[in-house]
Design a protein around this ligand. Structure first.
Ligand SMILES: Nc1nc2c(ncn2[C@@H]2O[C@H](COP(=O)(O)OP(=O)(O)OP(=O)(O)O)[C@@H](O)[C@H]2O)c(=O)[nH]1
Ligand SMILES: [Mg+2]
Length: 250
């Protein structure tokens, strides 16, 4: 079994090096076969400088460039396509934010849970007992909680409380099944709503999904936020209109 950590990154130069150091630490400590792929989405800061440095120093760290900024949804498409190309069905893709707010120390727990319980997806969830959002402004807590409540009412995917968090472990065999089913329509969203879209489509296809608690370390965030609140709410509403028929019976 191999583990690929996929990081969508746009202008993350203040934190990408720190996150890669933390991933290296847990890789050594856990002895897990972790590789890293960063998708640098047309960053205009020094993100690529760090990626050149780290990919030259470590064989397990690689990166891909989008020449211009194509958005988080395209970043996720590139990561998923790369993972399906590189990995076998028994392998695992860990998708996480590149802004150093997702603690890589829980990767071994996510992989264990995925494998021991024969699951298709494990979500690192801010809304499980023990999870929380450290240092996040109140209006943003409202947005993440609101989005998940909204998605839960519309879609009600079994065991899912955190619909919008991008920190997840995907079983590659299941991801391949998802991609073969939805083909180029797996991610139709343009922005941050792609995370909800993915989990809803996975639930509809009968994916076995569970969560474990995530302490979001927003206090460690140094890069500017790219989350456009109004645009994201708009995306969620569009998703609601489009996918309410996808609701899966519990
Ligand atoms: N590929 C790609 N990734 C992006 C883009 N915008 C943001 N990201 C990445 O998506 C992840 C989530 O973005 P964040 O800015 O951390 O968004 P968030 O976690 O919802 O909210 P904040 O942490 O407040 O910004 C990070 O790894 C970003 O680098 C983009 O245009 N393209
Ligand atoms: Mg973030």
């Amino acid at each position: 079994m191999r583990i690929l950590v996929g990081l969508p990154a746009y202008n993350e130069s203040p934190c990408i090096g720190k996150l890669l150091d933390r991933i290296n630490e847990i890789r050594e400590k856990s002895k897990l076969p972790i590789d890293v792929i960063v998708v640098n989405d047309g960053s205009t800061d020094e993100t690529e400088k760090y990626l050149i440095e780290y990919s030259n120093s470590y064989a397990h760290i690689n990166y891909l460039n989008h020449n211009v900024n194509k958005g988080l949804a395209q970043g996720m498409r590139t990561i998923i396509d790369y993972a399906l190309q590189q990995l076998k069905d028994e392998d695992v893709l860990i998708a996480m934010d590149a802004d150093n707010t997702h603690n890589p120390n829980i990767i071994p727990y996510m992989v264990n849970k995925l494998k021991n319980n024969a699951l298709d997806i494990v979500i690192a969830s801010r809304f499980q007992y023990g999870g929380r959002e450290k240092g996040l402004a109140l209006h943003r807590k409202f947005l993440s909680k609101g989005a998940s409540l909204f998605a839960n009412i519309l879609f009600g995917i079994k065991n899912v409380r955190d619909y919008s968090c991008g920190y997840r472990a995907y079983n590659i065999g299941f991801l391949r099944k998802l991609k073969e089913h939805y083909k180029d329509k797996l991610i139709e969203a343009k922005g941050f709503d792609c995370m909800i879209e993915l989990i809803v489509k996975a639930g509809k296809l009968g994916g076995k999904i569970e969560e474990l608690p995530l302490v979001l370390e927003y206090n460690l965030k140094e890069s500017p936020s790219k989350m456009k609140v109004v645009r994201t709410i708009n995306g969620y509403l569009k998703l609601g209109l489009k996918y309410h028929r996808l609701r899966k019976v519990r």
